[in-house]
Design a protein around this ligand. Structure first.
Ligand code: FAD
Length: 490
């Protein structure tokens, strides 16, 4: 039998996504030898497919737009929105460090920040997007990691974390070609992302959801491997049931298992209609905070996004097959609109009602009321108060109905860590030599967001906690003096 190939390193990082690559850069800067093990053929994780938006406070972009923002204001918004269950220490740590230790740090590593956008729950605009979205941000960070001498083994999944006595000593991994790797490391850092691409794990923590369809929607590698590896070592998990769902999502008809979903955006003026043929929500509030609970409350638990042809002209699908950074692959989107059995098309609204099996008169009445509000030039439609600025009448066939199901996108709970990202056991004591960052740690510390996120509060804290973990993992490995950073308290 072939022996595993042995390797020896200061810091081994499991997972080459947002947190893992940031951790790698930080540990390299501290003088450590770093190896990232990534199970996909290409690194980047969910982060490289992401919108690239981070909540950042006090930026030059805000200043240019005349927006006054402070860490105190952002912290108030964060805690209110999180519904009381956010980790306050980690939230403040992230918010105060977001300017110098994320915005300017990413710039020093080759990224650029290009615009800001309003998001629900924020008093001011602070969702800050990287040039070419997550693709641009991660491509820059990966290039920097390589330039600093970071080593990466891709196409290799970590299958176990090794321990001698009470100390973690490295990892075992297996390449897709079947080769076994035995990696000894002074410190081990878990950055494997969330578990929202593993429906079984979703149902484990949210059994009540089994009564209807839920879609998998994180990066394809976010299957909870790290959670299992950590659980085997006695790590403590917290807030695992706090999953951030999005409503504007339809099944990925190309997935043979029928589990994955696709989030669609940029369909101005579309309305959501339930199986009874009625609207049930202000569609302008489409985020996880109120849009998802509204969809989850429907019986049966799905709805249809109704649009006419012009409304679909700029539709975007946030999935790497349909979108790379800022570039939408229009041909593939057209193919989806034509081929998905979950997207229905008809030449009249009455015909569309028949195709989706809703009550015809209720459906036509719903559309007529909405059209009439648009025709009258009302600022808000009367039923749910949706602002009509971006809306128009449904008047240009073909008409479409995109079937929507809740999609699990982000895990707000995860493994509990201290402020150095050391993984804690059930006694809330660090497991020696073991660190965790990013979504496996509820983005940072275990549950930095609480029950709801202001947006940009997943990628940003994942990258930041990656840096913190990388700095301290390097220090424990004998390199550097740990992460300090620069707070923005002025
Ligand atoms: C489409 C999409 C858009 C998003 N947009 C935004 C946004 O604009 N703003 C925001 O704040 N958040 C956004 N998010 C969420 C954000 O991208 C994630 O929270 C963030 O990337 C988490 O970083 P991470 O490093 O923990 O995980 P990831 O970036 O997912 O990286 C984890 C890596 O670990 C690897 N891995 C897993 N198991 C193993 C194993 N056993 N061995 C080796 N490697 C392994 C995976 O393959 C993956 O590459 C978005 C998510 C998605 C899916």
């Amino acid at each position: 039998m072939a022996h595993p190939r042995s390797m020896n390193i200061d810091v081994v990082v499991i997972g080459g996504g947002g947190a893992g690559i940031a951790a790698g850069i930080e540990a390299l800067d501290a003088g450590a030898q770093v190896l990232v093990v990534e199970k996909a053929a290409e690194p980047g994780g969910a982060a490289i497919t992401s919108g690239g938006g981070c909540l950042i406070v006090g930026t030059p972009l805000q200043e240019k737009a005349g927006i006054k923002d402070t860490p105190d204001l952002a912290f108030d918004d964060w805690i209110k929105w999180g519904g009381g269950s956010a980790d306050e220490a980690w939230a403040r740590y992230y918010i105060e460090h977001s300017l110098h230790d994320l915005y300017h740090w990413a710039e020093r590593n080759g990224a650029a920040w290009v615009d800001i956008k309003p998001q629900e729950g924020n008093s001011v605009q602070r969702w800050t997007r990287a040039q070419n979205s997550g693709h641009g941000l991660m491509t820059s960070l990966l290039a920097s990691f390589k330039a600093k001498g970071g080593k990466l083994v891709a196409d290799a999944a970590v299958t176990g974390i090794t321990r001698e006595g009470d100390r973690v000593t490295g990892v075992a991994a297996k390449t897709n070609a079947g080769e076994e790797l035995d990696i000894a490391a002074r410190t081990t850092l878990v950055a494997t992302g969330g578990f929202n691409s593993n429906l079984d794990m979703i149902y484990e923590v949210r059994p009540e959801l089994k009564s209807g369809r839920v879609l998998e929607g994180s990066g394809v590698g976010a299957t909870g491997d790290g959670h299992k590896l950590l659980r085997a070592l006695g790590a403590w998990f917290t807030h695992m049931d706090q999953i951030w769902f999005y409503p504007y999502c339809t099944p990925d008809y190309r997935d043979p298992a029928g589990r994955r979903g696709l989030a669609f955006r940029l369909v101005p003026g579309n309305i959501w209609v339930n199986q009874q043929g009625r609207r049930f929500h202000n569609e302008a509030l489409s985020g996880g905070h109120s849009g998802s609970p509204a969809l989850l409350a429907q019986n049966p638990r799905h709805a249809y996004a109704i649009a006419d042809k012009p409304m679909l002209a700029g539709i975007s699908i946030s999935d790497p097959y349909y979108q790379t950074g800022e570039k939408a692959h229009r041909g593939r989107i057209e193919e989806l609109l034509e081929s998905s059995p979950f997207i229905h098309k008809a030449n009249s609204l009455a015909e569309l009602a028949g195709k989706i099996g809703v009550d015809r008169s209720a459906f036509l009445d719903t559309l007529a009321r909405y059209n009439s509000a648009c025709a009258k030039g009302l600022q808000n439609e009367p039923d749910f108060g949706k602002p009509l600025g971006a809306s128009k009448q449904f008047d240009t066939p073909p008409y479409y109905a995109i079937q929507m199901f809740p999609l699990a996108r982000k895990n707000f709970g995860g493994v509990k860590t201290d402020m150095r990202c050391r993984v804690l056991d059930k006694h809330f004591e660090p497991i020696k030599g073991l660190y965790a960052a990013g979504e496996v740690a509820g983005m940072a510390g275990g549950h930095v967001n609480g029950g709801a996120g202001l947006e940009g509060t997943m990628l940003g804290p994942s990258i930041f906690s990656g840096r913190v973990a990388g700095g301290w993992a390097a220090q424990e490995a004998g390199c550097g003096s740990g992460f300090v950073g620069r707070a923005n308290r002025g």
